[in-house]
Design a protein around this ligand. Structure first.
Ligand code: ADP
Ligand code: ZN
Length: 725
């Protein structure tokens, strides 16, 4: 007899349930109505897909997004689950055909749009069948208080009454308490069966960086994500066009997405992105809803989002497959002013709400001390209990070197007082710098004792100091002009002349300890081959690549090198049907590769040993110095700076990095190496092909293969280029 546990492994290929999945599934199987609230990527689908396979009768899934239905059904079918959908996108013939399958009881899972479910045709079809489970996906659509109300959803209460024997499962990723209550009441659910998962997505690395030269920053960031999918969010259509053109010029496969494009272009661009035909989508916030793509590896906010809620929703589109993903927000005060300009066009309560939302995200972005997860989760009413998450920039920053800033801090605070605590940091700075601008003169602030006493610092340094004083709790910032006033603490500090420590120099990029440490180490060359195979199979079947296998599955294949069908079955995401359908195709890639490179299969720890250990060699094996150099390099340090700091030649640095990469570690892909070689592009290609064929451990075979026309010094550089690809 199959159980939910056995189906998890046999059909879906997973070892363990994600948080609350087991509880929800068991509750549904016990025929208790349930409401499940889980973040995007939490694994909601499994909560009804597994019971559907255990119930005798039919599971009906109501979903508002037609595009997603097709996607879900394709994924179900690839796993061997008899699933179908009925909606307006089908031709009359296909519709009839699908109805016939359902009537004959050959379907376990039926996806329908709410308006379809209410047609007499479907109601009569279903009345002749046993419906065991009624699943309402995106259940927040039922509430007028949600952001996505759909009137058709209101009538689901009616449908619910028609199938009193069916257990009802409502699912959503967004629900304020008010919406929650609305769902429960409208569907007549029993309140005791509410499951609320944590909204913390611990695989997302969250970073906010000062926006200086955004194009260059973006370019540098993307070097780390060669061939990996991601989204760049911009504020305006024009910005989207500019950024996507810029990336295109730099050779990226990229498409724009915004409301100014016609439907057809938008649809085509989205499809190309989903199918991994293009790597990057540059979009306004309009992009991402109703897209299931699990392998989004990065999200960049090129401009400041309007609210924390929107921001969190957008970064939530990354890393649904549970693998690490990087979320970068580029922040500048200039963006705040831009958003304010738009807010000023609004009126009344709407304007007030918008100001508050902007304030919250500005406070979030400017905070350099507290773990990013704290304010984000607090916004959703959840407390993040740990002191640090170790997966955000603030937790990972090395403690900054602090200096005594007592004198400038006293000057700044007194100037705030002298100007009457009625101005923002900009004006206070103008006064300190002795500016003769119109406002300073009109207010006669050039007569104050603090006028012109701060010429030893730049305007930027004063602004940075002001931010620190706010974060330290010495200054309050209020209202839409962000007026500064002193806190009680500040008054005391001034009185007792306490010393204050901080930073005068704004650091270019904060030193990082190390990011994404949770990642499983894997062979990137093999991964690339597996990905190409997946794309080939997907295109042949006309489905997105992730329907075949997720990135997670390919990563595991490239980390454990399974050599047999049994071993393949141990890989996460490989169930019986997928094994039968695609197993050999992938083994035909893995086995020859391993043979050529003399790689043996590695044991994979499964369910019992929950946490995977990275296959990385212990630091001691490759040497402390090597690890330090490589990690500094990976964290963004340039070759030049490494040479200067370590007092060594570039050859030594190359040796360290090579050793590190050959031990199976990932190296950042910078353009640094390529600039070191004087070989022709043709010779480079020949050398890469030789490394691909002969492996990169030894240079002699490659030297010989190329007839000795590239010397060893050059080969060392090219090998590093090859390893860092
Ligand atoms: P949601 O609908 O909550 O956004 P999905 O149901 O689409 O999330 O699941 C997100 C991803 O996680 C999918 O690729 C899914 O296959 C995968 N997944 C779900 N449950 C598990 C599990 N127990 N173990 C591993 N992967 C899982
Ligand atoms: Zn953190």
């Amino acid at each position: 007899m199959p159980t939910h546990q056995s189906i998890l492994k046999d059909t879906f290929g997973y070892d363990t349930f994600r948080p609350l999945q087991r509880e929800i599934i068991e509750n549904v199987l016990a025929r208790r109505d349930s409401l499940a609230i889980m973040p995007t990527g939490g694994g909601k689908s499994l909560c009804y897909q597994i019971p559907a396979l255990l119930f005798d009768g039919l599971t009906v899934v109501v979903s508002p997004l037609i595009a997603l239905m097709k996607d879900q059904v394709e994924q179900m079918r690839a796993a061997g689950v008899p699933a179908l959908f009925l909606n307006s996108s089908l031709s009359p013939e296909a519709y009839q055909e699908n109805m016939d399958y359902v009537r004959r009881g050959q379907v376990k899972l039926l996806y329908v749009a709410p308006e379809t479910l209410l047609t007499p045709r479907i109601l009569s079809l279903l009345s002749a069948l046993k419906v065991d489970c009624l699943t309402i996906d995106e259940a927040h659509c039922i509430s007028e208080w949600g952001h996505d109300f759909r009137p058709e959803y209101r009538q689901l209460a009616d449908v619910r009454r028609r199938y009193p024997e069916a257990v009802c499962l409502a699912l959503t990723a967004t629900a304020t308490p008010r919406v929650r209550a609305d769902i429960t009441r409208s569907l007549g659910l029993n309140l005791s069966n509410e499951f609320v998962a944590s909204f913390n997505r611990d695989n997302l690395y969250i970073e906010v960086a000062p926006k200086r030269d955004p194009d260059i920053q973006l370019g540098r960031f993307l070097e780390r994500f060669k061939d990996q999918s991601g989204i760049v969010y911009c504020f305006s259509r024009r910005q989207v066009d500019d950024v996507s053109e810029y990336l295109e010029r730099r050779g990226y496969a990229v498409r724009p997405y915004h409301a100014g494009l016609d439907d057809d272009t938008r649809r085509r661009n989205q499809e190309a992105y989903i199918r991994d035909d293009v790597q990057i989508m540059v979009a306004t916030i309009a992009f991402g809803m109703g897209i299931n793509k699990p392998n989004v590896r990065f999200i960049v906010h090129y401009d400041l989002p309007k609210s924390i809620e929107g921001y969190y929703q957008e970064i939530g589109r990354a890393g649904r497959d549970g693998l690490p993903a990087h979320c970068l927000l580029l922040y500048s005060y200039g963006d705040v002013a831009k958003l304010k300009y738009f807010i000023d066009q609004k009126e009344g309560d709407e304007r007030k709400a918008a100001v508050q939302q902007l304030d919250a995200i500005v406070r979030y972005a400017e905070d350099e001390r507290v773990c990013r997860r704290k304010p984000l989760l607090a916004y959703f009413g959840e407390k993040f209990n740990a002191e640090k998450c170790d997966n955000c920039d603030n937790c990972n920053a090395e403690a900054p070197v602090l200096e005594d800033i007592t004198i400038p801090a006293q000057k700044f605070l007194s100037c705030v007082v002298r100007t009457g605590e009625r101005f923002g940091a900009g004006h206070v700075t103008d006064v300190l710098l002795g500016s003769k601008n119109e406002r300073v003169l009109r207010l006669e602030h050039d007569k104050l004792s603090t006028y012109g006493i701060g010429r030893e610092l730049t305007q930027k340094q004063w602004m940075h100091l002001a931010r620190q004083l706010s974060q330290m709790g010495y200054l309050n910032q209020d209202g839409e002009f962000r007026t500064l006033s002193l806190t009680e603490t500040a008054r005391n500090v001034l009185k007792i002349r306490a010393r204050i420590f901080g930073q005068l120099q704004e650091v270019e990029e904060r030193a990082k300890k190390k990011d994404n440490k949770k990642e499983l180490e894997y062979n990137h060359a093999l991964f690339a081959l597996l990905r190409a195979k997946r794309k080939e199979l997907a295109d042949a079947d006309g489905v997105p690549p992730y329907v075949i296998f997720s990135d997670r599955t390919l990563v595991e294949m490239a980390a454990y090198f399974p050599q047999s069908r049994e071993a393949l079955l141990g890989i996460s995401g490989v169930g019986q049907v997928k094994l039968a359908q695609f197993g050999d195709e992938f083994l035909d890639v893995i086995k020859p590769y391993c043979k050529k490179h003399k790689i043996a299969e590695k044991a994979r720890e499964t369910a019992s040993a929950k946490k995977e250990k990275p296959a990385k060699k212990a630091d001691s094996e490759i040497g402390m110095r090597t690890t330090l150099v490589a990690e500094a390099y990976n964290a963004g340090e340039s070759l030049k700076s490494l040479m200067d700091r370590q007092h060594v030649t570039v050859g030594t640095i190359i040796d360290h990095l090579t050793k590190y990469a050959l031990a199976g570690n990932r190296l950042r892909n910078g353009e640094d190496f390529q600039s070191l070689t004087s070989t022709s592009p043709d010779d480079q290609q020949a050398a890469f092909a030789a490394f691909e064929e002969l492996g990169a451990e030894y240079l002699k075979p490659v030297f010989d293969k190329l007839g000795g026309r590239i010397n060893y010094d050059e080969l060392k550089i090219l090998r590093l280029c090859y390893l860092a690809r």
